[in-house]
Design a protein around this ligand. Structure first.
Ligand code: FAD
Length: 377
């Protein structure tokens, strides 16, 4: 159990015994704990999941602060390496992992399905927050008969300890790629995305070939625990940020005591499409000085010109603050579909011009300082 300050009281609470099945993986029931409402922030649908978590312990920082529990994570050796693991498993020799659970994250009014997929790698494919796994779907590559499918990359949506805090799982946030005929508007299943459908259709116990981990651009810089991290996500681009935020606010990590500012902007179509919203809402409640969260719901909200509300409109709304934070050394991260970047860049350019600054110069400075991190696919 982690060390607590003398004024604090350690309380261990078993998790996973009183959690019911809900739409979102992180929709939770509130438990009553020492007379305080205590949201366990882990809603776990499958029996496997509940069994795995039954013995997990939560540390409450103090009885007075019972609403700010942190979870004990293991093994501590996951903090030892100086460099992130890279390509431990390559496409020619992938690791065969096992699906633990597949849960839809969205409600009925979301356009399209997005699933949270937990994969058991048995501790054999460790990764750091912000990295990706490759997945090789079963079957034959239609372009190379006899050869396996090409690897598809997926940003990992959990911290290195995984959703069970034991370093043995990785979670993915996968949008099912569905093909609609542009003329008829009807779905054509023969043209649906191979890997995303394989993942979203898979069942607990299914085997899955993974490669990686890969990627360094989205690693969370941890040299300064008081730093500001501005995260801009569209849709499944939320994945790496969920990993960061669990490390910052959910886990008791002895080597990383985050006390800076994490500011998340998430753009999705509507409220039914929000991803991991309960988890983030809980951080807002528990860490109001360290976490900010702005949602852009393109089909439900209007921007100041009466158009659809995209993440760049939210960025514009807070542009003075964001520019100041960047000038003071904040990191800014973007993750999601490639299409998100042009609109965002235009907004930054316009804002910079209004401030009498050159966006090109500013951007090159941000890149030089390693403050600018983009993963668009
Ligand atoms: P594919 O089979 O590769 O098909 C691609 C598209 O073509 C689909 O939309 C499909 O419907 C369409 N298509 C298929 N056949 C035809 C045809 N004959 N005519 C016209 N269109 C056709 N995705 C996520 O969901 N979550 C993530 O976190 C994520 N992270 C990523 C991170 C990185 C670094 C990268 C590079 C990509 C990431 N992706 C992520 C995207 C992911 O790798 C896949 O590209 C995505 O899931 C689609 O793969 P697929 O096999 O389902 O589709």
């Amino acid at each position: 159990m982690a060390q607590l300050a003398a004024s604090q009281v350690a309380v261990s609470v078993p998790v996973g015994s009183d959690l019911s099945t809900r739409r979102s993986v992180l929709k939770t029931n509130n438990l009553n704990f020492h007379g305080k409402s205590w949201a366990p922030f882990l809603s776990l649908e499958s029996k496997t999941t509940n069994a795995r978590l039954r013995n997990k312990q939560i540390i409450c920082q103090s009885v007075q602060q019972a609403s700010v529990p942190k979870v004990v994570v293991s093994p501590s050796s996951l903090e030892d390496a100086k460099e992130p693991p890279l390509n431990t498993y390559k496409p020619k020799e992938p690791y065969t992992a096992t699906i633990v659970s597949v849960e839809s994250l969205v409600g009925p009014k979301a356009p399209g399905e997005t699933c949270h997929i937990v994969i058991d790698h048995g501790g054999n494919v460790p990764y750091w927050e912000g990295q990706s796994y490759g997945v090789i779907p079963p079957g034959e590559n239609p372009k190379k008969p006899g050869a396996p499918h090409n690897v598809r990359l997926y940003s990992i949506a959990s911290s290195r300890y995984g959703d069970f805090f034991d370093g043995k799982t990785a979670s993915l946030c996968v949008r099912r790629a569905v093909y609609y005929d542009p003329e008829t508007g009807k779905e054509n299943p023969s043209k649906n995305g191979v890997c995303s459908n394989f993942l979203c259709n898979s069942k607990p116990g299914d085997k899955i070939r993974v490669t990686g981990p890969s990627g360094k651009i989205m690693l969370l810089p941890e040299d300064n625990p008081n730093a500001t991290h501005i995260m801009i996500a569209t849709g499944t681009g939320i994945a790496p940020f969920r990993g960061y935020l669990r490390r910052m606010f959910m886990e008791s990590v002895p080597t990383f005591k985050f006390n800076g500012l994490a500011w998340l902007f998430l753009g999705v179509a509507n409220s039914d499409s929000l991803l991991y919203d309960d988890e983030f809402t809980k951080y807002l409640k528990d860490y109001p000085d360290n976490f900010r969260f702005d949602r852009a719901l393109s089909r439900e909200q209007k921007n100041k010109s009466g158009g659809k509300m995209y993440v760049q409109d939210k960025i514009e709304e807070y542009s003075d603050e964001i520019c100041k934070l960047l000038d003071d050394g904040a990191h800014i991260y973007f993750c999601g579909l490639k299409g998100m970047m042009p609109g965002i860049q235009e907004t930054f350019k316009r804002v910079a011009e209004q401030r009498g600054e050159s966006w090109e110069q500013k951007l090159s400075q941000l890149k030089k300082n390693k403050q600018w991190h983009v993963e668009a696919y």
